[in-house]
Structures are given as structure tokens and as C-alpha cells.
Design a binder for this molecule. Structure first.
Ligand code: MRU
Length: 344
């Protein structure tokens, strides 16, 4: 995969604008926390690990921008930047995980010269970026070990290179299996309403030469029933302590269908996505996005004016429907509280 989701160039963060993919490849330059937060909100960058990495760079950029201020102002404005970034999207815990890591780094050194602190924060953001790629590659190796040659995998949303610093979580597992020489084919749900499957997954997998078939979300049951799907692999935005999984809206429906058809459901998740502070999926905040994502797409509106709309961006799949989690530390079958706690 040659396209970069996020890149550091000329002391700025550049994010590929995922709203325009696949027809236009353009990068949005960001020079402070506010622009990064806006980019996360508007889905320029999306996907749990990617927004965590972007937020870390947002902190580093803000420190760079404010470095010439007197110490007290610097600390106060940095605290505000953390808040702005934390308010960008509520569901993916990687955002808060990355901000916590940056906050610790900031406060343990905030008595040093501002420029020195800014440099440390940039180093930390680079570290989070590189660790994410390494983590995905480790998950890929574990995940590939449970995929057989010739399997057809259904995936939902985009948990690929575009949702991370690189390689991907769910799509990373597929990439790693293919790199091992296994013939893997993929069915990609289009993933209404934002079409991450149709626009992003279909694009990044075909760019890599991986045999991919795009289907609309309501076709998944049909292909499971006809025996064409061997396993489901998805990513996640947050896993509660009991193993319940928050992921893109529609994942729950796919998992229920898979159960009916005896198809295993695997969730690829870095440990940074597990939130032991939240007892169950019921406690995970679910983002509701604009009605315009449901009433149309881009400039086209197909629903009547003023129709009532609901647009939850994520749903919760109970742990009982998950066959296993694929983590960077190995495969966790039938996830539960005890097994998740043991990972840390
Ligand atoms: O709204 P999005 O596009 O940010 O939602 C992304 C997902 O739901 C992904 O499946 C999840 O973040 C895992 S990405 C490795």
C-alpha cells in the first residue's frame, strides 16, 4: 500500500482527505490542534487508530505553534488544545488513549523549556505512529495463522491502512495472509451511510491486487446463506471490559447473521482499543452524526425534506457473538472480562 494516511512533511501533519477518495487523492495540511480536531470531526481522517495518531500530532503541532509564549500561557493554551481534540469524536477510545499518553508526556516535562517540550511531544507522536504500524503487523501475523488458503472473508466498514497509520487491523490480517501466499478473497460491505466499504476498503484492497467484491449491506445474509462466506473480520472502535465490541453501524447485524449461519466472527483490535474502565457495551458512547449522511450523499439528496432521521455511527456487538479477538499479543477466543484483564 503506497498511499499514506498521515504523513509528517515540512513540520506539518498532512492527512489524506478520505472524504474525496477514491476519485481524488489530496492531502490536507494541518498546523495546529484545531485543524486536526476539525479534520477528525469532518472525517478527513477516520478509523480508530488513525484518529488517535492524528490527535497525538495535533498536540505536537500546538506545542510547536505556542512555543514562544510565556510558560504559564503555554501550559494553559496546551490544556485547551487537549480539550478541543478530546471533543472531536466520542466513540473510538484510541483518541483518548493517545491523548492520555501525550498528556502524561506533557505534564511530566512542562517545567522545561517550551521548545524542548514541543520536541518531546513530536517524538512521542512519531512513536505512536510507528508503534501503530508495528502493532498492526503483529496482529496480521496472528490473524493470518487462523485463515486457511482459499477463504472468503466478509468485512464491514474500513479497518485498513486508511484507518490506521498503515497496514490496517482487519485488512492488515488479510494483507498478511495474502503475503504468506494464501489465496484470500474479500466481500466488502459498502457500509451505509458514509460508504467506507465502497469508497475506502474496495479501493485500498484492489490497489493491493487483493480479489475484492463489493456488495451492499443488505446482501450479506444472502451470501452467508449461499455458503460463499467463510469468516467475518472487522475492526473496532472500543471494546468494553466484558468483551462487547463497538464498531461501525451494521456490525451487530452482520454478527447476528453470522451466528445464524455458523460463520466465525473475528475482531482485529490493538490493545489500545480495549477500555477496561467501561464495564459493558451499554456504557460506550455512541456518536450520532448529521442527518444529511442518511438523506443523501455529497450534493445529492434523495429523501424528502424534513423527514425525521436517526444516524448512530456505531453499534454494539455483544461478546457472545464474537468468536475471537485478534490482538498484537495473540488470539483471544470467546473474549470475556477475565481474558481481557489478563492481556494487560
Ligand atoms: O466512522 P469511522 O469511519 O471512523 O468508523 C471506523 C470504524 O468503525 C472502523 O471499523 C474502526 O475504527 C476500526 S479501524 C481499524
Amino acid at each position: 500500500m503506497t498511499v499514506e494516511t498521515l504523513r509528517w512533511r515540512n513540520n506539518q501533519l498532512e492527512m489524506i482527505d478520505q472524504r474525496c477518495l477514491p476519485s481524488v487523492i489530496q492531502f490536507l495540511p494541518c498546523s495546529d490542534a484545531q485543524t486536526v480536531a476539525e479534520g477528525i470531526k469532518q472525517m478527513v481522517v477516520r478509523g480508530a487508530p488513525a484518529i488517535g495518531v492524528a490527535a497525538a500530532y495535533g498536540v505536537a503541532l500546538e506545542a510547536q505553534k505556542l512555543a514562544s509564549l510565556p510558560r504559564e500561557d503555554f501550559v494553559e493554551r496546551m490544556a485547551r488544545a487537549f480539550d478541543v481534540l478530546a471533543a472531536s469524536r466520542p466513540t473510538a477510545v484510541n483518541l483518548f488513549w493517545a491523548l492520555k499518553r501525550m498528556r502524561i508526556r506533557f505534564y511530566e516535562h512542562s517545567k522545561n523549556e517550551n521548545l524542548f517540550v514541543a520536541r518531546l511531544l513530536l517524538d512521542e507522536a512519531h512513536a505512536i505512529y510507528h508503534e501503530d504500524i508495528e502493532t498492526n503487523k503483529r496482529m496480521g501475523v496472528f490473524g493470518a495463522s487462523i485463515l486457511d488458503d482459499g477463504m472468503c472473508i466478509l468485512t464491514h466498514c474500513n479497518a485498513g491502512a486508511l484507518a490506521t497509520a498503515g497496514h490496517g487491523t482487519a485488512l492488515g490480517v488479510i494483507r498478511s495472509a495474502v503475503a504468506e501466499g494464501k489465496k484470500i478473497t474479500v466481500f466488502a460491505d459498502e457500509t451505509r451511510p458514509f460508504l467506507q466499504g465502497a469508497r475506502l476498503t474496495a479501493w485500498e484492497l484492489s490497489e493491493d491486487g487483493i480479489d475484492t467484491t463489493l456488495i451492499t449491506d443488505n446482501m450479506a445474509g444472502h451470501f452467508m446463506k449461499s455458503g460463499e462466506i467463510d469468516a467475518v473480520i472487522v475492526g473496532t472502535d472500543r471494546i468494553a471490559a466484558n468483551g462487547d465490541v463497538a464498531n461501525k453501524i451494521g456490525t451487530y447485524m452482520v454478527a447476528v447473521l453470522a451466528k445464524e449461519h455458523n460463520i466465525p466472527v473475528y475482531v482485529a483490535c490493538p490493545l489500545s482499543t480495549i477500555d477496561l474502565s467501561i464495564p459493558s457495551g451499554d456504557d460506550i458512547p455512541i456518536e450520532e452524526r448529521s442527518s444529511s449522511e442518511v438523506t443523501g450523499y455529497g450534493d445529492i439528496q434523495w429523501a424528502p425534506e424534513n423527514i425525521k432521521v436517526r444516524n448512530p455511527s456505531f453499534d454494539i456487538t455483544p461478546a457472545s457473538l464474537i468468536t475471537a479477538l485478534i490482538t498484537e499479543q495473540g488470539i483471544v477466543y470467546a473474549p470475556n472480562k477475565k481474558k481481557l484483564e489478563a492481556l494487560f
